[in-house]
Write a protein that binds this ligand. Sequence first.
Ligand SMILES: NC(=O)c1ccc[n+]([C@@H]2O[C@H](COP(=O)([O-])OP(=O)(O)OC[C@H]3O[C@@H](n4cnc5c(N)ncnc54)[C@H](O)[C@@H]3O)[C@@H](O)[C@H]2O)c1
Length: 415
Amino acid sequence: MTTKLSQNNEGITSWRKALFNVMADLIRHLDYKKYPIFQHMKTEPFQIAFIGGGINSAIGEVHKAASQMDGHFELVAGAFSTHAETNSETARTWGVAVDRTYGNYRDLLQAEKGKLDAVVVLAPTDYHKDIVIDALRAGFPVICEKSLATSVAEGEAIAKAVTETKGFFCTTYNYTGYPMVRELKQFIADGKLGKIQQVQVEMPQEGFMRLGAHNEPPKPQAWRLKDTVIPKISLDLGSHLHNMIYFLTGERPERIVADQATFGLFPQIVDNVGALAQYTNNVRAQIWFSKTALGNRNGLRIRVYGSEGSAEWFQLEPETLKTCDLRGNVSLRDRTGDVKIANQQRYNRFKAGHPAGFIEAFANYYKDIADCLKQYFETGSFTSQYVCGIRTSLEGLSMMQAAARSAQSNKWENV
Ligand SMILES: NC(=O)c1ccc[n+]([C@@H]2O[C@H](COP(=O)([O-])OP(=O)(O)OC[C@H]3O[C@@H](n4cnc5c(N)ncnc54)[C@H](O)[C@@H]3O)[C@@H](O)[C@H]2O)c1
């Protein structure tokens, strides 16, 4: 009897095991989220759609690669471009199903309700306000390229929608994803530089002046050649620098005085900005960004000076952080050095000496967004030391708009 029972139990156990294995296999191998019963499950890989970011765009391919590099996201739908051919070519190239590719973003928001974990807004900045607000109001978590929008007024409208919908919103300030930038953040937080006194940040580029191989003039996208209340260059580059200073120091800008100039081939737009800014805790910043600095492809450089030392990071040598102490000792650290952050497994897809760069930094940022989304799905809100939310995104617009005012008034302007 006993033997029979145990045999029966074993029978039942192995039957259960088999069923469990079949289910596990289904979940692992099937696109299970397409079945309504599983659609409430918010698990990685998070299912995302792009709005904008077609293969003809500057940043689409980077988002495609970075979002999927570590398996945290899966691109399953899109309204990649308003040009029908580019839209379908993008979907074809990236393996997105035809029936989940939409000619405009409103159709996407309607048809994909309940099927996505987030939408990623990669359209030109001029369209961010409408797309982001519509997506939030339709109930989608939103990951948005910087800058948030083209003016403080637009940014405030988005912030209102975030509050009212209790929605998820973040921007992709990807440069903060570099491991050695994160190391610098930790270095500062640990007090290794003493009291932070001043920061110098610059982002010189040359795209509005440099000729091509056959002397042809550059051809920027049309939307980049139209300035509004904040010059496009300030939205494009200045907002990254604002974000970087806050990311590293935790200080907030209070006042700014700025000069805006036009040196390049497009007389209708500002292409060079220099500014001094005063921050909380008496920190001073010098900020320069340009699209007419010949010889600089994208020379993002950060120097931080404190009462006990200084540090410098340069994007063209992203794997090293240079520091100097009070006695003049200069050190270079990399992922294998005396570091606390950059040696983490997540930053070492391959060992130091095999340089990681822009796209890996972007992927690091996407991993943080995945953590934030998970937090949001579990608790209804998120906090992150790495991911830029609505408040800091909006502050970037305030700072750049104050800089534009200052360039007109020739005075210090409050942020
Ligand atoms: N984080 C970074 O380093 C970085 C770098 C470049 C651009 N960006 C940001 O990314 C955004 C896009 O910039 P870009 O240079 O890739 O622009 P782009 O003009 O090169 O590409 C825009 C793409 O969006 C599509 N598009 C335009 N309007 C659309 C709409 N209404 N709906 C759907 N698709 C639409 C276009 O067809 C194109 O595919 C901007 O906000 C920009 O500031 C960020």
